[in-house]
Design a protein around this ligand. Structure first.
Ligand code: TYC
Length: 102
């Protein structure tokens, strides 16, 4: 019937890709100057880790050069990068935090 053919055409023409939202790794990078206790405090504040988890993560960054602090939807990852970078800048530390599409 016409109805069926119209619906069929609409289905073909208006089909859209359904994509799940991309997720982003938030990465903390090592440097030679940012104090370890500040990094631990930053990780606890921004990524809601316990002091032990934050200390472990800070040491991983210190030894390996970088580490993933968490994986989030784009806007949340952006907010965490901004918060980490502004906390570091506020205290005059060169700490770098970036995000990368998963
Ligand atoms: N390497 C720094 C130091 O020895 C500590 C540090 C850890 C700096 C992690 C940045 O993202 C960082 N004081």
């Amino acid at each position: 019937s016409e109805k069926i053919s119209i619906e069929g055409d609409a289905a073909l023409l208006e089909k859209r890709k359904v994509k799940r939202p991309s997720r982003f790794k938030v990465i903390l990078h090592n440097d030679d100057y940012t104090p370890m206790d500040f990094v631990v405090y930053l990780i606890m504040s921004v990524f809601h880790k316990t002091e032990d988890e934050a200390a472990q993560l800070m040491l991983t960054v210190h030894v390996k050069g970088k580490a993933i602090c968490g994986i989030y939807p784009k806007e949340i990852a952006e907010n965490k990068v901004d918060k980490a970078m502004s906390m570091a800048k506020q205290e005059g530390h060169p700490l770098l935090c970036t995000m990368q599409k998963e």
